[in-house]
Design a protein around this ligand. Structure first.
Ligand code: UDX
Ligand code: ADP
Length: 459
């Protein structure tokens, strides 16, 4: 029979583990939730007396204020956490590999493997281990192999896959009202019991009809094609059924933009390329590779448009970039389109003023430094200025680029902005956020006299 879980551990206090397990704590007051991380500074921030949390997510602070110290705890003591828990979420990072086999494409599973090995080494009682990171097909299998090969007598591990569907910026809402929760397990007695134990946790707030339980390999391929399903033995009907539950499959996700970003999409697609190649499906690999290339093209085309429109040169000109996060309502900058645009402007020797409501200054310098490895940071700092407001960023600029769809950019007094800029003043709305007609009436010029289809985003 399924165990009744009373102690949950989450390994990895990041964008996935943090919000997910904080919401579990809120919705399940009878469960003690501990979130551990190796990074002391991150844990300190989660524990900070004034709730200066390490990640920004609307509604998160409120959840943490309600639960922290009650049934939600943050710690760096990973071993103690493992020993005490009955169910362990593994939500460590799985970035795209930077070197070695599959570099640039394959997900780096090193962190998942290390966390798994640590569970095996430390556990003295049976555990349900839930793989939460977006990782390639069959990772759960590797986790099982590691755990089984290293377990002590009387210590049994059940491995579940429970992929995350929350989007950054709306994580809390997505967690409160998920379109569906997917849980994959082995179709054995123990596997099904473990699955039921996790389903019972979600059932505290998610209607049972939306909690879908499937065979382990099925949803690892949720975003892939039927060819991949065939090659991996997944059931395409289960995959299609699960995908159909996402309310975003429809108009919510067809907004044109300067390009997509975020830690997941690029990584998942590159990983799909790698997976397709390993499965000897070159046409499928080429298809997904093209999606990433299209996104790069989209960003290149945008910076070229800016240069072309500003009379073919931006050297010595000042450009205001509004928004640095990869999308609105997050402070996360991973794979943000803004980074590529600013690097392009820098290499044209323009001056760039940046304003973002959430991203902290050090993060911007880190990202710009990494984007131009050949340029010393002090030189970048001579060209780039970080500003405290949109108005400050736009002052004396020749052009404004909207790189992130922050709502506050919609509400800017654009006439005032216009009055402080060099003339002719240009605006390039990479998110089709502001009313182009209104801007034109104020006097702005830009690309909006061209058909908006030139900005269509591929997804
Ligand atoms: C994504 C998936 O949506 C989520 O299901 C998964 O669990 C993790 O990865 P996230 O990376 O937070 O979530 O962001 P998402 O909202 O999907 O946006 C990704 C990028 O695409 C952003 O840069 C966003 O601005 C861009 N985008 C999104 C568009 O340009 N147009 C759209 O219509 C939607
Ligand atoms: P994601 O967006 O997938 O949540 P993040 O990078 O935001 O990724 O979070 C992952 C977290 O996992 C990081 O804070 C990292 O320090 C932590 N982490 C990685 N490996 C381990 C490990 N073996 N034990 C504990 N924490 C880990």
């Amino acid at each position: 029979a399924p165990v009744k879980v009373t102690k949950v551990l989450c390994i990895g206090a990041g964008y996935v583990g943090g919000p997910t397990c904080a919401v579990i704590a809120l919705k399940c007051p009878h469960i003690t939730v501990t979130i551990v991380d190796l990074n002391q500074a991150r844990i300190d921030a989660w524990n900070s007396p004034d709730f200066k949390l390490p990640i920004y997510e609307p509604g998160l602070e409120d959840v943490v204020r309600q639960c922290r110290g009650r049934n939600l705890f943050f710690s760096t003591d990973v071993e103690k956490g493992i020993q005490e828990a009955e169910l362990i979420f593994v939500s460590v990072n799985t970035p795209t590999k930077k070197s070695g086999v599959g570099a640039g494409f394959a997900a780096d599973l090193n962190y998942v493997e290390l966390a798994t090995r640590q569970i095996a080494a430390v556990a003295t009682t049976s555990k349900i281990v839930v793989e939460k990171s977006t990782v390639p097909c069959r990772t759960a299998e590797s986790m099982r192999t590691i755990l089984e090969a290293n377990s002590k007598p009387g210590c049994h591990f059940d491995i579940l896959s429970n992929p995350e569907f929350l989007a950054e910026g709306t994580a809390i809402n997505d967690l409160f009202k998920p379109d569906r929760v997917l849980i994959g397990s082995l179709q054995t007695e123990e596997g099904k019991d473990a699955c039921a134990a996790l389903a019972a946790i979600y059932a505290n707030w998610v209607p049972e009809a939306q909690i879908l339980t499937v065979g382990l390999c099925a949803f690892s391929s949720v975003n892939a094609l039927s060819a991949i399903c065939e090659a991996t033995g997944a059931n395409i009907d289960e995959v299609a059924h699960a995908v159909g539950y996402d309310s975003r499959v429809g108009p919510k996700f067809l907004k044109a933009s300067v390009g997509f970003g975020g830690s997941c999409f690029q990584k998942d697609i590159l990983n799909l390329v790698y997976l397709s190649e390993s499965l000897h499906l070159p046409e499928v690999a080429a298809y997904w590779r093209q999606v990433v290339e299209m996104n790069e093209y989209q960003k290149r085309r945008f910076s070229k448009r800016v240069v072309d429109t500003l009379f073919n040169t931006i050297t010595g000109k000042r450009i205001a970039v509004l928004g640095f996060a990869f999308k609105a309502d997050t402070g996360d900058t991973r794979e943000s389109a803004a980074i590529t645009l600013i690097r392009d402007f820098q290499s044209e020797r323009a001056f760039v003023n940046i304003y973002d409501p959430q991203v902290v200054e050090e993060q911007i310098w880190l990202d710009l430094d990494e984007a131009s490895p050949a340029v010393p940071l002090e030189n970048i700092k001579k060209q780039v200025k970080i500003c405290k407001s949109a108005l400050e960023a736009c002052r004396d600029a020749e052009a404004v680029v909207i790189a992130t769809e922050w709502k506050e950019f919609k509400e800017i007094d654009w006439s005032e902005v216009y009055s402080t800029m060099k003339k002719p003043a240009f605006v390039f709305d990479g998110r089709l956020l502001v009313d182009a007609e209104k801007l034109r009436e104020i006097g702005f010029r830009g690309h909006h006299h061209r058909p908006p289809c030139s900005l269509m985003k591929i997804r």
